[in-house]
Ligand binder design. Structure first.
Ligand code: ATP
Ligand code: MG
Length: 439
């Protein structure tokens, strides 16, 4: 993408109305703009990150055997009356009437809708187990929307729902999602620790919150540093191996990790002190097993092997896709700006001409841009007639993993400069080696 053709409004000053660093950086680097309280427009740079996160989430869901569909944002109140949650949900639900005075709502979550869809088409034990998911906007009329996209009112969530014939099957579906989450977050370039959670208004008895460490996090957390020892993105999980799934789950759940809500001092004291980690954290995912809570209330039944009726056991599994954009920045930035993990960076390379008025540099940069684009290396090319220092500052702020800098002196010697954003290391490389180096 050429900067001269993009919509990338970078702010010179750090916005004073944002309280936390990720929100400041997202506004300053032109990722989002607030259009109403807790509601954001995603500008091109922010949207690229959001889409990359969603794609990784999808890949890991698909690998774990979940199946994607798409449910609408608007739902009828009638559905929620079937589960009894229409009255129970309270003021966080945005309630709307259509022109026929029918009561509608903007979905805060989708247990009711997925249960109804499944109920209307599934009749037999042969159709189970299933895990279905979608990536869709939610609306919750939060009392205090704040911290930008971290606690918005409209936000993007991946929510999956599992249906099993019995509790043993449902637990296996739960373990599968838990392990898929460990891989997902690690691929996103962050470490999210699964912590036993109180299950809250959705109900149920088995629940974990996935928490990313960051000083601005809303919850206090305690965990065993063993969680830092495994790279799940490099751990292949065989989702068809039941015994293996049980083993991995036991390993995870026997390693201490809790939020202040579930913290247990006696168990904590058994963790050797050199392995005790405490801090604050941001919830980026939450999974629940809730048995027949919705299936029973909404009359979902299938015929069992022996012909009797069986009420499926369910779980639900959320990931805060839009919140993750903020959470990743909280976990990965420095005093110059964002430092994107490569997997979610909006572009891999920022290409900069130091002197927009130097014909030889511009010719080299144009040629590099053409070649990088042809090699499918995602490149943001700052082709504006701006001072070099301003362009480099902008690139640092936007946090692309690599900067390729073209200046008159280097070009005369047949060289360009490659900078690693994370380490700040700079390398002089021959112009004709640059594309191969980056692809
Ligand atoms: P929180 O405790 O942060 O209010 P929650 O427990 O109400 O979240 P869940 O119902 O578990 O949220 O939703 C699943 C995921 O959706 C959360 O783990 C979080 O990452 C994300 N999420 C929830 N509420 C918001 C919000 N207001 N803005 C952005 N993301 C959100
Ligand atoms: Mg939650």
């Amino acid at each position: 993408m050429r900067l001269s053709r993009s919509f990338l409004p970078v702010l010179k000053e750090s916005p004073s109305d944002a309280q936390i660093v990720s929100h400041k950086l997202m506004l300053q680097a032109g990722l989002v703009r607030q259009t109403a309280a807790g509601i954001y427009a995603w500008l091109p740079l922010g949207l690229r990150v959001l889409n990359k996160i969603a794609d990784i989430v999808r890949e890991e869901q698909d690998k774990a055997g979940a199946c994607e569909l798409l449910m609408p944002t608007l739902q009828s109140a009638e559905l929620w009356r079937q589960s009894g949650r229409y009255d129970a949900y309270g003021p966080e639900m945005l309630r709307i009437k259509d022109r026929h005075e029918r009561e509608m709502l903007y979905g805060p979550t989708n247990e009711e809708m997925i249960t109804a869809l499944f109920r209307d088409d599934v009749k037999s034990y042969r159709d189970l187990p299933r895990t279905l998911y979608h990536v869709q906007w939610k609306f919750r009329d939060e009392v205090r929307p704040r911290f930008g996209v971290m606690r918005g009112r409209e936000f993007l969530m991946k929510d999956a729902y599992s249906f099993d014939l019995d509790e043993a099957g449902a637990r296996l579906s739960y373990y599968t999602q838990l392990l898929a989450y460990l891989r997902t977050f690690q691929r996103l370039g962050i470490r999210a620790v699964p912590m036993k959670a109180a299950s809250g208004p959705i109900g149920g008895d088995l629940s974990h919150e996935f928490i990313v460490l960051a000083p601005t996090g809303e919850s206090e957390v305690f965990y065993d540093s063993r969680f830092e020892e495994i790279d799940w993105s490099k751990t292949d999980i065989d989702y068809s191996d039941e015994a293996g799934l049980h083993g991995l789950f036991d390993q995870v759940s026997s390693t201490y990790a809790a939020t202040d809500e579930t913290h247990d001092e006696a168990k904590w004291s058994e963790v050797p002190s050199e392995r005790q980690r405490t801090g604050r954290g941001i919830e980026v995912g939450h999974i629940f097993y809730f048995g027949d809570k919705y299936s029973a209330a909404m009359g979902l039944k299938v015929s069992g092997k022996d012909g009797s009726n069986v009420t499926p056991m369910m779980g639900s599994y959320g990931i805060g896709v839009s919140r993750l954009v903020g959470a990743i920045i909280e976990a990965s930035h420095d005093d110059k700006g964002i430092v994107w993990p490569e997997a979610v960076a909006p572009f891999k390379v920022g290409l900069v001409t130091m002197r927009g008025d130097d014909e030889a540099s511009v010719a080299v940069a144009e040629d590099l841009y053409r070649q990088l684009t042809a090699a499918s290396v995602e490149t943001l090319y700052d082709d504006r007639d701006e001072r070099g220092g301003v362009k480099l500052g902008g690139m640092d702020l936007m946090g692309l993993p690599w900067q390729l800098v073209v200046g008159p002196r280097g070009v005369a010697a047949g060289m360009v400069e490659l900078k690693d954003r994370r380490t700040g290391e700079k390398f002089e490389i021959p112009i004709d080696a640059a594309v191969a180096r980056l692809s």
